[in-house]
Design a protein around this ligand. Structure first.
Ligand code: IPE
Ligand code: IPE
Ligand code: MG
Length: 236
């Protein structure tokens, strides 16, 4: 793979678990479980390739609208995921960052997320950003409030608010903008994911349902990305 054209930041909207479960005549929770399986190799590969940041959409602020059973299954899976994966992630120098409102989660989940962030905070490899209880508009509103508070406290003037200052107040503060956004299952929408950070992202919408997404699909997406001509508004 052409190293120079490797994205620094890849974002993935892991969609299609429900349809996968239906296809296999399984309960939706099994679709989510299969989705977690698909995740492992993608994370390991991103880390091996030297990608700086991988952001994954795991649970949106709108996903609370789903049935109580499905939400409970997702919350349970979240706990299992962190307890089974944290050792390996830490050993691989992965730094975990949670994007979203942890305070809105049940306490066992919230604590597991804080622990994972704390334990891996000095790691210098892949930044693994997991969006949980995340909404893109909510993230921007939160950033606006943080800036307003700084102005009120006299720490900055309104005219000091620029793109960098706003970007620093996002959950992804300090990380590069998204270069490549992948949404599986053929849906072509952002559903609010990383609205600000995706301003100049390249988009890819493979038809594959997330639990069927393989390393081969990932490599294909990275190759398509490498072949894209990014102009950022300029002219070559
Ligand atoms: C994505 O899969 C995972 C979450 C939203 C948690 P879905 O559950 O949205 O799958 P579909 O869109 O119903 O197939
Ligand atoms: C977006 O998928 C959120 C996650 C993948 C976690 P959804 O399946 O919830 O999005 P919509 O409702 O189809 O836009
Ligand atoms: Mg969906």
């Amino acid at each position: 793979m052409n190293e120079q054209k490797l994205p620094r930041h890849v974002a993935i909207i892991m969609d299609g678990n429900g349809r996968w479960a239906k296809q296999h005549m399984l309960k939706v929770a099994m679709g989510h479980r299969a989705g977690v399986e698909a995740l492992r190799s993608i994370i390991r590969e991103s880390s091996d390739l030297g990608i700086e940041a991988l952001s994954l959409f795991a649970f949106s602020t709108e996903n609370w609208r789903r049935s109580e059973t499905e939400v409970a299954a997702l919350m349970q899976l979240l706990l299992e995921y962190f307890s089974s994966e944290i050792d390996e992630l830490d050993e691989n120098n992965v730094r975990i960052r949670i994007l979203g409102e942890k305070e809105g989660l049940p306490s066992p989940q919230r604590e597991a997320l804080y622990r994972a962030e704390e334990r891996t905070k000095d790691n210098t490899g892949l930044n693994l950003c997991i969006a949980i209880n995340y909404g893109g508009r909510q993230e921007l509103v939160r950033a606006a409030r943080i800036l307003a508070e700084k102005v009120r406290a006299g720490e900055m003037a309104p005219e000091d608010i620029d793109e960098q200052a706003l970007s620093d107040c996002l959950y992804t503060g300090g990380l590069p903008d998204v270069d490549l956004l992948i949404r599986t299952s053929g849906e072509m929408r952002l559903s609010g994911f990383l609205l600000y950070q995706c301003a100049y992202a390249e988009f890819e919408f493979p038809e594959t349902l997330w639990p069927d997404f393989t390393l081969e699909d990932y490599h294909r997406a990275l190759e398509v990305f490498a072949s894209r001509d990014r102009r950022f508004g300029g002219r070559k």
